[in-house]
Design a protein around this ligand. Sequence first.
Ligand SMILES: [Zn+2]
Length: 167
Amino acid sequence: MSRPLIGEPLALELVNTQWMHHGRLVDLFDEPGGVESWIAETGLPGVPDAREPLIVARAALRAALGGDEQPLNDVLDRGARRPQLRDGLPVEELVLDSPEWLPAWVAAADLVRLRAERAERIRKCANPDCVLWFYDISKNGRRRWCSMDACGNRAKTDRYQQRHRTT
Ligand SMILES: [Zn+2]
């Protein structure tokens, strides 16, 4: 089953590995190879045993988006970025408690970056039946749907049908 909505920032891409399909919550990470294909898509280095940390980080991201920041901070406590100089050039080293946390930590830290940039542009799809999140980079900042195809058009159709039912 193909995953909707590729191309959001990393933190939201992780949140969006769960989505609704015909009224049922689908999890990419329940599918064989789902974790590996997600990591490959994101361009993060593949590490063994990344699945459990990713599931913890995903739940922590959802909690943070809902206002409970502690689980996310607990994930972030597992690593740090360390600036270094090499041959006169700046590099940033990621220091982690254990290597399987790499993709999860980087995705969790990405939400902090988004909050620092344009917190108000981090939004949940306006369709109440949809669980996807997006980062609105449109000029006017009025994006409401995860995608026009999936949720935007459906909302339009619903409004149309309601109008024609009541008149
Ligand atoms: Zn949606």
